[in-house]
Design a protein. Sequence first.
Length: 297
Amino acid sequence: MNIDDQTRLGVGIIGMGRVGAVMGAALREAGHAIVGVTAGSDASRDRADAMLPGVPVLDTETVVERAELILFTVPDDTIEELVSGLAALGRFNPGQIVVHCAGRHGLGVLQPATAAGAIPIALHPSLSFTGTSMDLPRLRQTTIGVTAPKPVLPIGQALVVEIGAEPIVLAEADRALYHSAITHASNHTVAIIAQSMDVLSSLGVDDPARVLASLVDASVSNVLQSGPRALTGPVSRGDVTTVEAHVQALAEYAVTQGSAGAVDAYRAMARATTARALENGTIDDPTAARLLDALDA
């Protein structure tokens, strides 16, 4: 089975979260027909109306019955049970393409559908979704991890290329580690920046985002272009007294705010930064030891 300009699929989407809405819209733009979606909340129905106008909202079994390609974009922990339940009811057909977008899962959660003759594919876009149309151009600039049995791997790659993204082939055993890497880069960055914004707000800064925008943008751009050598700052310079002052100030902030989140995160990331600075050669072993002592104080 090949996907080309003459092969357009009827796509059913199980779950109208942010990922499902955007992936559905991208597949629709690529020429596929969205035959139905499931939407269990007002927010998901609104999302369906905004991103996939005119597409019927149906029950899960009807979507699966109508679709040639079924896209599961439900929470990670519910995919296996949902697929197993549908398989037990005999809802999958030989030749149907069954896809999920869960980063940590591979093909195992789709095994009941595979046993019924379906074609299993696991995709994962390296993108933080908003669930709005602004995601569509971003999706075309990202990569999507593809896991599939070797004979049908070209189908998964073709789907990714059709929506304008770049496919990256991932082995089944590598998906959890892959997902941990991109989660660490994305989600933890959000948490750290949010903590920094909270600290700035506590100082009376009206627009913390304005203070951080250029700094964060430059930091991300520099590391993506230059790698670990882009590291700067007091740890990279071996400024032990500055790090001590930071820890003290954040510890006092933790007391006033009743939360040690920022100081704990600072200590953890500064330890990792110390190791990186040591690898970069910008500090020596004695300086690294003093930095770690300051962080543990």
